[in-house]
Design a protein around this ligand. Sequence first.
Ligand SMILES: NC(=O)c1ccc[n+]([C@@H]2O[C@H](COP(=O)([O-])OP(=O)(O)OC[C@H]3O[C@@H](n4cnc5c(N)ncnc54)[C@H](OP(=O)(O)O)[C@@H]3O)[C@@H](O)[C@H]2O)c1
Length: 282
Amino acid sequence: MSTTATFSRGTDLAVIGAAGKTGTAVIAALETADTTPVRRVVHTARQAGDRAVDLETGAGLVDALSGCRGVYFIAPNMHPDEPALFERFLAAVAEAGVDHVVYHSVAWPYTPAMPHHIDKARCEDILHASGVQWTVLQPCAYTENFASVLDGSVDALDVPYDPDAPFSFVALSDVATVAARVLVEGTDIHHGATYELGGPDSVSVRQLCAVAGRSVEIEQVSVPVWMERHGRDLPADTRERLAAMFDFYDDHGFVAGSAVTAALLGRAPARVADLVSSMPRR
Ligand SMILES: NC(=O)c1ccc[n+]([C@@H]2O[C@H](COP(=O)([O-])OP(=O)(O)OC[C@H]3O[C@@H](n4cnc5c(N)ncnc54)[C@H](OP(=O)(O)O)[C@@H]3O)[C@@H](O)[C@H]2O)c1
């Protein structure tokens, strides 16, 4: 796909998926980093100024993005067809004349055993060929996925994979700080770059619980048992994608380097222990 801008160069920044877990952190980091106006692009408007769009149809996207120089794209978690959403989004980017797309991917995108990773690898490929200027961020698993352990609000955890498998958990706040830097600095520095964002520790879920300083009872359960307990209301496709991810974690964990994270932060990335000490305890 080639892009043809139809509007003049914009000034604002936008975040797609702004109300979600990742988007909330990216918006907060942008508001700290810079004074450039930032548009919250959401599915369901919640506050004044929110731009409501539908990634399934493209409704509202061109209006939401017109006048923007850069946009951060965060896909809904475990979507059944992220590349289709992304193609639709890129068509709107071209029509709105946005210069810079920053795509929120994942570490190890080309991992055939995990369909939701493969979909992100396909999105990266689509982005490379799109004609827009681009940057890709590839975060590892967020430390905050275990927020309930870190803040002491749970004392038992059922894990559908090996609780001793290694993970390079990265602080979502660090990922968001990098995202804000890349968006604000823009294409002169970051066009064509792919940044893997792992955290500095290689720790298992069992070790993470120990670092949190709580006595957490860890029960390793099978994927079907976990689904029965936690996934009954999920769509079948989401259950399949999660099951594939849990099987992969069981075999390999999920590790990624932290050198790029540190370089882009200009400091050491947060360790698990740093998040524990910064979180209010329950
Ligand atoms: N968790 C991790 O460790 C990790 C690591 C690396 C990468 N990631 C990736 O990060 C991404 C975001 O994850 P997350 O947990 O932040 O997701 P999330 O909290 O579920 O947020 C996704 C957002 O997508 C929006 N959305 C859903 N359907 C939409 C539609 N049809 N049109 C427009 N917007 C729509 C929702 O908007 P509303 O709230 O307005 O409905 C929601 O706020 C995922 O792609 C995931 O693979 C996650």
